[in-house]
Design a protein around this ligand. Structure first.
Ligand SMILES: Cc1cc2nc3c(=O)[nH]c(=O)nc-3n(C[C@H](O)[C@H](O)[C@H](O)COP(=O)(O)O)c2cc1C
Length: 220
């Protein structure tokens, strides 16, 4: 039996070009992308898989768009700083109790302390900060689902010529009651993650990765 792809070679060439062009953008122009583009990116996020068995048919995913310069963005930026400060203190305590990992951990504590001072990159440094909340099911696999969702959003943003930065500290911020109140989600029922979106300050070169053949073992 012959299997025919519904997609042409040209479709695949375009998909490959988008995959190769996806980069972490960490510097954004002040110009504000249209809301329609943001809604297209959110639609792409909704198309990503979700853990249907774990969440048993309940509403599984919600999106929250914070716009640059808004009072609520300033509010969540401050909550982010507070959260990384807490993480630094917690990690410091853990390292004190487990001196064998001191050397490795101290560097990370310093980085967290720095973020607590200057703020989390992506929250307030781009025209949009988008939080995605995924229902926590049984088993709790919401962060895996969020990763799929964010990758879809990332690829769509790339296809639209927009820059995208993951803001993974948003996962820890989801453990903060005040942050959940700002979002209007019940505390403890959702996991969160997020990203920053805007026009890239400069175009980055395509991704560089090892040859697929070099990192693949075929097992008979
Ligand atoms: C789980 C995970 C979390 C990440 N968190 C952040 C983040 O918070 N901020 C950031 O700028 N990049 C973050 N990144 C992006 C990586 O640093 C980036 O993908 C990597 O350096 C490769 O660069 P590229 O995305 O341009 O291919 C994260 C990536 C992954 C997979």
């Amino acid at each position: 039996m012959t299997h025919v792809s519904p997609f042409t070679e040209q479709d695949n060439a375009i998909l490959d070009r988008i995959l190769e062009s996806r980069r972490s953008v960490r510097s954004f122009a002040p110009d504000i992308p249209p809301k329609e583009d943001i809604m297209k990116i959110i639609r792409a996020g909704l198309l990503a898989p979700y853990a249907a068995q774990a969440v048993a048919g309940q509403d599984f995913r919600r999106f929250f768009v914070f716009q640059g310069g808004s009072p609520q963005l300033a509010h969540v930026a401050a909550l982010g700083k507070r959260q990384v400060q807490r993480m630094a203190e917690q990690l410091s305590d853990e390292l004190a109790a487990n001196p064998s990992s001191q050397d490795q951990g101290q560097g990370f504590v310093k980085r967290l302390e720095r973020l607590a001072e200057v703020g989390i990159p992506g929250i307030g440094t781009a025209p949009y900060y988008i939080v995605v909340a995924e229902r926590r099911g049984i088993p709790p696999v919401e962060q895996q689902s969020l990763a799929h969702c964010l990758e879809n959003m990332w690829l769509k943003a790339t296809a639209l010529g927009l820059g995208f930065q993951l803001v993974s500290a948003t996962a820890q911020m989801g453990q903060d009651r005040e942050f959940c109140t700002v979002l209007g989600i019940p505390y403890g029922e959702f996991g969160t993650n997020g990203c920053a979106i805007g026009y890239p300050m400069k175009r980055l070169s395509p991704v560089e990765r090892p040859d697929a053949g070099k990192v693949t073992k075929w097992i008979d």
